[in-house]
Design a protein around this ligand. Structure first.
Ligand code: SF4
Length: 199
């Protein structure tokens, strides 16, 4: 699968918060199969977007940032839904950047193959397994996400698990239960952030 076929819906040229401790650019991939009640990137959900960017343009930008940025983070949407993601990662790594990945753990088997290619992952854990579909509106999403969490921990890749709490979908006690469960599984970094519904 050629890297050029990756679908990019947006680019943030500089951030210090999307890859802890590193100055990064963020590439937002287009498309996500889940429909979370609080998704803040609804324009990135359809498989095709209105403002897609050619991959060549992303590479051109990154070329101009060699030596100025430490890392490139692939975010979304859901980056692991892109068949060309491994090839795109290899190209960006070849330019000298570290690779970060944001994922909701939607495709555990794809994630397992990607983990050796990346330096850091931010993985969303949205709910207890049985409650997942209430948030994602997608059947069996809890199995996928918790399996992905196990794979991240087994891989040894640097990570941060992110839990989004809100009284409407994940109360504080459930958020803390998830954090404690992840820590007991061996997680090194778990953050609970307060969510909000978009307007
Ligand atoms: S998994 Fe992420 S991108 Fe997909 S719908 Fe949920 S919040 Fe939005």
């Amino acid at each position: 699968m050629p890297a050029e076929s990756i679908r990019v819906g947006g680019l943030v040229p500089l951030t210090s918060i999307d890859y802890p401790g590193e100055l990064a650019a963020v590439v937002f991939t287009q498309g996500c199969p889940w429909r979370c009640v609080y998704c803040h990137n609804p324009s990135l959900l359809p498989a095709r977007g209105d403002s897609e960017m050619p991959w060549s343009q992303v590479l051109q930008f990154l070329d101009s940032r060699r030596g100025l940025l430490d890392a490139v983070v692939f975010s979304g949407g859901e980056p692991t839904s892109q068949p060309a993601l491994p090839q795109a990662i290899e190209q960006v790594r070849g330019m000298g950047f570290k690779i970060g990945l944001h994922s909701a753990g939607i495709y555990p088997r794809k994630l397992q193959k990607l983990l050796p290619l990346i330096d850091w992952i931010g993985l969303d854990v949205k709910a207890k397994k049985a409650d997942y579909s209430l948030i994602t509106r997608t059947r069996d999403s809890g199995e996928a996400a918790w399996r992905s969490a196990e794979l991240v921990l087994a891989s040894g890749v640097a990570h941060q698990f992110r839990i989004t709490a809100h009284p409407s979908w994940l109360d504080d006690s459930d958020a803390q239960w998830i954090r404690d469960r992840l820590l007991a599984m061996g997680a090194e970094s778990v953050v609970i952030q307060q969510g909000r519904l978009h307007d």
